[in-house]
Design a protein around this ligand. Structure first.
Ligand SMILES: C[S@@+](CC[C@H](N)C(=O)[O-])C[C@H]1O[C@@H](n2cnc3c(N)ncnc32)[C@H](O)[C@@H]1O
Length: 139
């Protein structure tokens, strides 16, 4: 399942899915926090991949970053006990921000796990470099 706020990104993902004849994917236009909040109690997420979320570089905009203590708590509560969070960004300050919040979090712990299903994307291919970290739900 893939989520983005922008209709065009969802349409492009659907077009690529159709072109490749894939039938186990679902792309949904949604705000990430809102979407996760409404995951029903009977359903739990396995892995979450946050790929190049907007870094909001200005200090006064840091509160708009998706990775916040409250977001990490919400996501952990919606994730299976064996689930992971994978985070990737080309923005080093956002990477450090995320590492720090994960280190401090009582809901996640950092693990040394490579991202499964590694595949480049249009956006990723434009970037000279990026960083990835992964975390496991804490019990
Ligand atoms: C830099 S682009 C990366 C796109 C894609 N994830 C990739 O890796 O190619 C950041 C994307 O995050 C989406 N986005 C930003 N805030 C979001 C939110 N709160 N919920 C869902 N999508 C969001 C934007 O619409 C934008 O398409």
């Amino acid at each position: 399942m893939g989520i983005d706020l922008i209709t065009k990104r969802i349409e492009k993902a659907n077009a690529k899915m159709d072109k490749r004849g894939l039938n186990n994917l679902l792309f949904y236009k949604a705000e990430a926090r809102e979407f996760i909040t409404h995951i029903p109690e009977s359903t739990r997420v396995n892995n979450t991949f946050l790929m190049f979320p907007d870094p909001w570089p200005k200090h006064k905009h840091h509160k708009r970053r998706l990775i916040q203590p409250s977001f990490l708590e919400l996501l952990a509560k919606k994730t299976r006990s064996t689930g992971h969070l994978f985070f990737r960004t080309d923005h080093t300050p956002y990477f450090e921000w995320t590492l720090e919040l994960l280190e401090q979090s009582s809901f996640w712990h950092l693990v040394d796990q490579t991202i499964p299903f590694e595949h480049s994307s249009y956006f990723q291919d434009l970037l000279p470099e990026f960083n990835t970290c992964s975390a496991c739900v804490s019990h």
